[in-house]
Ligand binder design. Structure first.
Ligand SMILES: Nc1ncnc2c1ncn2[C@@H]1O[C@H](COP(=O)(O)OP(=O)(O)OP(=O)(O)O)[C@@H](O)[C@H]1O
Length: 309
């Protein structure tokens, strides 16, 4: 488990992490999200003692990272896939790490295989592609068979097979009862992987909730109904606390009634229903909505700044 309490980091007069408290629990994949510059990497660096908090604290399995005698067994980390000596082979890089913890060579071979690097294990890391480097970083994170795995942008540069591998790997690590924390800007991927979300903006906590709660709350829980008897169904569904709008002649958006209830009412009165769909807002839309005011590096709309022909 990772527990951050009022974690704060100041660079000069700027607070880049501001009284951040959250918990990364075992058995779950926690997505750590925020716009560029929100303070995600700084937070992750503080978790593993690479940056010292200005105030507040963070523990890894109950202790500050630096107080663990064998940290690779507590938390496996991928922060910067390029921070490997380019002249070393993947195998010797992992062996060097393994030596610091008395980890057997057989475990090194195992993580190389898990990461799909067997064929290139003897090659210089400097010649690795971005994706191969990511795989090596993940292999290193798994080396100590840790209870916690924390990965910063792990799917960056991976091919579709690699993305699927990471997705399945993280799911199985969480299902084994490990705590998994990952950051990614790929919302579609995060929506498939994460159980829980910690979202920050300008260093501050914006949301700490389950993925399903987050998207449900953002969507208001409406149900889309398509029928050629929209007016009639609207009357049949009307009740206190129920709101119904009609985006078109044959479509209703109903809030305050579950899809199942709507289907039952329609069936009872012989109203044909062609579509009945709870409207979940995408993680991307919900994220953009939440972080709108916390985006520091706002892009110009496409086409803006282009001269008229
Ligand atoms: N060593 C440093 N000295 C000064 N400022 C820093 C330092 N490290 C990070 N920052 C600043 O802290 C802020 C947060 O950076 P950080 O890398 O933690 O954000 P992030 O959420 O990981 O961003 P991204 O999604 O772009 O990777 C940024 O404004 C960054 O410029």
């Amino acid at each position: 488990m990772i527990e951050a309490h009022e974690l704060t980091k100041r660079y000069g007069d700027r607070k880049v992490v501001d009284r951040l408290s959250f918990v990364v629990r075992p058995g779950e994949v926690t997505g750590f999200l925020g716009p560029n510059g929100a303070g995600k990497s700084t937070t992750m660096r503080m978790i593993v003692g690479l940056d010292a908090p200005t105030s507040g604290s963070v523990t890894v399995n109950g202790r500050p990272y630096a107080r663990h005698p064998a940290p690779l067994h507590e938390i496996g980390v991928l922060l910067d896939a390029k921070s490997v000596h380019p002249g070393r082979s993947a195998h010797s890089h992992l062996m060097a790490l393994a030596h610091t913890h008395g980890i057997a060579r057989s475990r090194v071979d195992e993580v190389i295989e898990v990461a799909g690097l067997t064929k290139v294990a003897g090659k210089r890391v400097g010649a690795f592609s971005l994706g191969m480097g990511q795989r090596l970083g993940i292999a290193a994170a798994l080396l100590g068979d840790p209870e916690i795995v924390m990965l910063d942008e792990p799917v960056n540069g991976l091919d579709p097979e690699g993305v699927l591998w990471v997705r399945n790997l993280l799911r199985s690590l969480a299902d084994e009862g490990r705590a998994v924390m990952l950051s990614s800007h790929l919302m579609s991927e995060m929506a498939l992987i994460a159980d829980h979300l910690v979202i920050i903006g300008r260093g501050r906590l914006l949301a700490d909730t389950s993925l399903s709660n987050f998207t449900r709350q953002a969507g208001g829980g409406g149900v889309k109904v398509v029928t050629d008897q929209a007016t009639r169904l609207r009357t049949l569904l009307a009740a206190p606390g129920v709101t119904i709008s009609s985006p078109s002649d044959e479509e209703l958006t109903v809030t305050g009634r579950e899809a199942r209830e709507i289907g039952t009412v329609a069936a009872r009165h012989g109203v044909p229903v062609y579509e009945l769909a709870p409207q979940a807002v995408s993680l991307e839309a919900a994220f953009m909505d939440l972080t709108h005011d916390a985006v520091e590096y706002q892009s110009a709309p496409v086409g803006a700044g282009r001269k008229a022909a």
